[in-house]
Write a protein that binds this ligand. Structure first.
Ligand code: DON
Length: 590
């Protein structure tokens, strides 16, 4: 029997007699048809790609932190426990829903091109892109944004103090943590590249050169000291003082461009998320300099015009419509997407429902359109969208996603990256962290694809202070009443946007629970190369039908994306799901 304290006296609550009944009717019913099951929670959830980091975030929620505190704590923990993607010297995007204000904001902490960078910096004497320099040299590093971004989010929207939020990451780095099977195997598979950098070799392999085995403890003392400096001095603990000195000195030795001024001038930008509607629900995601939100909304607009549910999930007819839609969106991406502070991205035109109808009516329902016959459907000369002087004197696998949700209804969708797995493989000696190779996300030469096969032009040319175009798509879906329904996002380079698209369609159109929606096979098309990639698990008959329609089928030799999602269930319950595609991830309920 429950008792209530009334005027200091304990009294038996008659209401309490009704509570079991109320609770019984509130308990979510397990779907007897579900083949996949999420983690269930009632007051908070943290989902990341690495189990220890998820627990860190959940503990912060338990200490009274909100979704933003949890996201920042998990973000710093991932820099320790998932070094291939979690980072201090990378960048990312955070979409934050603030329940009390019923407001959603998009925080841009993408890397910036150093002041000394210029449009042709990755071209060799023959005028071709030198991929080695663009991807593996210190010149491939943009000015890091992660520390500024996480600190800005925590200070502005968090409720705990920074010390509390950072202390789990410091402890993990200082005292070490047990290496997972995933980390052990990823470090051994990258030995060649990482061991060619003396600091990386020292940080990620034993002094004998042996690999860390699962269950052994990895200690990162230099990283712990860097995190302590950040905890003590905030932003200045990274962008100034000792950490900055360590970065700039190493960059200089290796012939890079990042200076003290670049670090000091790094700016986080708060942007309006790009939002659209799909059959009455609202989707908000990251605007430029990510292409993610714009093309997610554009593709949903095109797909809204067909009765997808009646086609059946992953039928040939459905996949054909997806592929043709994706092909057209990525054609626009290559011409019109870039950093909006340098190029006036026509966001409203691309996300316009009438434009979507026009693109839809150009799609044959029986035949694939060769990509060579598809150009952007917008008739805007990109030269007219340039902002300022673009000639360089304007002085002005691996990514990871995590989602958090708190008892007050605040939610965070965050994707962060060093670009490649372990970035360019270069660690800063004495500072304990890896550098990004995000400069390869710029279009180093029109017509030459970047590492993800993505094409670009003047909209995404390198300029000092500019942010390279991204595909990261942290997203929040709101139901018809405006309440958050789904928080999701993914790594996967160019496949990020199409992964998030299908995850959202699985939930909104096919009414899958998020566990199933995250698990079923995905497809991907990006205009060029003209190839429809399919994960395993799609039937041979379907592949044959798609081939007969003229699609160039490629079975993906890697998985498409790796979502970390939270879905609101009945009566404000929460369902958390880590994509089963990669090991070691976890959803942890508070
Ligand atoms: O910002 C982007 O779009 C890329 N740098 C993301 C790279 C990535 O997702 C690699 N990991 N899977």
């Amino acid at each position: 029997m429950r008792t209530l304290k009334l005027y200091g006296m304990k009294v038996i609550s008659f209401l309490s007699l009704m509570i079991p009944l109320t609770l019984a009717s509130e308990a979510p019913i397990i779907n007897p048809k579900a083949r996949f099951h999420p983690v269930y929670g009632t007051s908070g959830m943290v989902v990341t790609q690495e189990a220890i980091a998820s627990q860190v975030g959940a503990n912060i929620l338990a200490e009274g932190g909100n979704a933003i505190d949890a996201a920042v704590a998990s973000g710093f923990a991932l820099a320790v426990t998932l070094p291939r993607a979690g980072n201090l010297a990378g960048g990312g995007f955070m979409v934050i829903h603030l329940a009390a204000e019923d407001k959603t904001i998009a925080l841009d902490y993408r890397e910036m091109a150093p002041a000394d960078s210029h449009r042709e910096m990755f071209l060799n004497e023959a005028g071709d892109v030198d991929k080695k320099i663009a991807r593996y040299s210190i010149k491939s590093s943009g000015v890091p944004g992660t520390v500024a971004g996480l600190l800005h989010a925590q200070r502005t929207y968090g409720v705990l103090d920074l010390e509390t939020v950072l202390s789990p990451a410091i402890k993990l780095a200082r005292d070490g943590f047990k290496v997972s099977l995933d980390l052990s195997s990823s470090l051994s598979s990258r030995y060649e590249r990482l061991s060619s950098n003396p600091a990386s070799k020292r940080y990620f392999y034993k002094p004998t050169g042996e690999f860390y085995q699962p269950g052994e403890v990895l200690v990162q003392k230099d990283l712990a000291h860097t995190l302590e400096r950040i905890s003590r001095h905030g932003r200045a603990g990274f962008y100034e003082g000792k950490t900055a000195k360590l970065i700039v000195e190493e960059v200089k030795i290796l012939g890079g461009l990042i200076t003290f001024a670049d670090l000091k001038n790094y700016r986080v930008i708060i942007r309006e998320p790009v939002c659209g509607s799909f059959h009455g629900d609202t989707i908000c995601a990251m605007p430029p300099p990510s292409s993610g939100g714009v093309h997610l909304i554009q593709m949903l607009n095109i797909l809204e015009g067909w009765d997808l549910r009646s086609l059946g999930h992953n039928s040939a007819a459905y996949i054909h419509r997806l592929a043709e839609t994706m092909r057209r969106a990525y054609a626009d991406r290559s011409t019109y997407l870039g950093d909006p502070d340098f190029f006036s991205v026509p966001v409203d035109d691309i996300t316009d429902k009438n434009y979507a109808s026009a693109l839809r009516s150009g799609i044959s329902l029986t035949k694939a359109t060769p990509s060579t016959d598809v150009q952007s459907g917008l008739d805007i000369d990109p030269e007219t969208l340039l902002i300022g002087n673009t000639l360089g004197d304007n002085e002005s696998s691996e990514t990871t996603h995590f989602s958090t949700w708190d008892q007050w209804g605040n939610a965070v969708s965050n994707t962060t990256t060093l670009n490649f797995s372990y970035g360019n493989g270069i660690s800063i000696p004495g500072a304990g962290f890896l550098m990004n190779n995000e400069m390869d996300d710029f279009s180093a030469k029109p017509g030459t694809p970047n590492a993800f096969g993505l094409l670009g032009g003047i909209a995404n040319a390198i300029e000092p202070g500019k942010r390279p175009l991204s595909s990261m798509t942290p997203s929040i879906v709101f139901d018809k009443t405006g309440s958050p329904l789904l928080v999701t996002g993914s790594p996967g380079g160019s496949t990020i946007i199409t992964t998030v698209l299908q995850t959202i369609l699985n939930v909104l159109v096919f009414e899958m629970g998020i566990a199933e929606g995250a698990s079923v096979p995905r497809v991907h098309h990006q205009w060029f190369p003209d190839r429809l990639l399919l994960e395993s698990g799609i039937s041979r008959d379907t592949l044959n039908l798609l081939s007969q329609m003229g699609h160039n089928i490629g079975e993906a030799d890697y998985v498409l994306g790796d979502t970390q999602s939270i879905q609101r269930g009945p009566k404000s319950s929460l369902f958390g799901v880590s994509d089963p595609r990669r090991p070691g991830a976890a959803a942890v309920a508070q």
